[in-house]
Design a protein around this ligand. Structure first.
Ligand SMILES: Cc1cc2nc3c(=O)[nH]c(=O)nc-3n(C[C@H](O)[C@H](O)[C@H](O)COP(=O)(O)OP(=O)(O)OC[C@H]3O[C@@H](n4cnc5c(N)ncnc54)[C@H](O)[C@@H]3O)c2cc1C
Length: 304
């Protein structure tokens, strides 16, 4: 594999920012992560297609990055190419039939705000969630019982080596932080079905959700949100807390004293610090309750 060849072929030749050894701590809400050997911020579909073709020819692995708000990157970084969808992928439009179509790179917070201003209801469960539309669709972001998939009318994906494909929202299985979309496909765009309402009703709904977040979650400290998925009929936060781990630290990382399913970066935390706490919480809950917690946070650069 040759990252050098891919870098030289792509630099200046495509509508993209192409960099070597880009520190991923700049691209994750954790503010943690070593360098990506290659980093491409693709501004157009043509740039993305060309990038994928070059990476394929050079045998370079790749991954799509949104805003890195559900991602823990290894301290040694990632030896493949991180692709960010920018430019044309960050656009959105609203149609007369109360649908919103947006590119995968659009900021979810911005779309939530646009819907609020347009008096369109349906994105309230996404208020306060950082990230892009692509990341939200890929993760089926939302709460434990309401998620963005319920609003997805269709999704356009790129099947590398094949081309674009459009899924109807109903063709996709949506579950709690899961979808049936293959991880090999790149989400390019989604159309969301919303409902006319009043901006005041939407704002009130959002404000009550934000108030709950402010009350229960450690906001303003770098994190990835919830570390584990809640098992059926349990709250992970309560399980970890009952094992006496709330507030426990490792290096610069800490199991949040406010919410035990958040591991926060108190300053200078490494990915190893976070992984140590993840393992500690996982093992304690397994030993005490026999529950094998599954990570919600995605890992990058930790090997297979
Ligand atoms: C303070 C805080 C609060 C949070 N609260 C919530 C919450 O209430 N509910 C919730 O669901 N999540 C929450 N999260 C987690 C996170 O914000 C969501 O999972 C979000 O949807 C991730 O979007 P992203 O763009 O940052 O994706 P990233 O973290 O960059 O990527 C996440 C995954 O999606 C994949 N991906 C991203 N874009 C694409 C694409 N275009 N095509 C294919 N795959 C793609 C990536 O490869 C990766 O596997 C929170 C995070 C933080 C920091």
């Amino acid at each position: 594999m040759s990252v050098d060849n891919a870098f030289m072929t792509l630099s200046g030749a495509v509508d993209a920012d192409v960099r070597r050894d880009e520190r991923l701590s700049r691209h994750t809400t954790y503010r943690i992560g070593g360098p990506a050997a290659l980093f491409v911020a693709a501004h157009s579909y043509a740039a993305l297609s060309r990038t994928l073709a070059v990476l394929e020819a050079e045998g370079v692995e790749w991954v799509i990055l949104g805003k890195g708000s559900n991602l823990l990157v290894a301290d040694d970084g990632y030896d493949g190419c991180v692709i960010l969808l920018d430019g044309q992928f960050a656009r959105h439009t609203i149609s007369d039939d109360a649908t919103m179509t947006a590119g995968a790179g659009a900021s979810l917070a911005q779309l939530v705000n646009v819907a609020l201003k347009a008096g369109l209801s349906g994105l309230e469960p996404c208020v306060g969630i950082p990230g892009t539309l692509g990341g939200a669709v890929s993760m089926n972001a939302g709460t434990r019982r309401e998620w963005i998939g319920e609003r997805v009318r269709d999704v356009v994906v790129l099947r590398p080596g094949e081309g674009m494909h459009r899924y109807g929202g109903g063709e996709i299985e949506w579950g709690y932080r899961s979808t049936s979309l293959p991880t090999s496909e790149i989400i390019l765009e989604a159309t969301l079905s919303l409902e006319p309402s009043t901006s005041q009703a939407i704002a009130e709904n959002m404000e009550s959700r934000l108030a709950l977040r402010r009350e229960r979650q450690p906001l303003g400290v770098p994190s990835c949100g919830s570390v584990f998925r809640n098992p059926p009929d349990h709250s992970v936060g309560a399980l970890i807390e009952s094992c006496g781990l709330k507030g426990v630290s490792c290096g610069g990382a800490q199991i949040s004293p406010e919410h035990a399913n958040f591991i926060v970066n108190r300053g200078g935390a490494t990915a190893t610090d976070v992984i140590t706490l993840i393992a500690r919480a996982h093992d304690a809950v397994l030993e005490r309750y026999g529950i094998d917690l599954a990570c919600e946070v995605k890992l990058l650069g930790f090997g297979a």
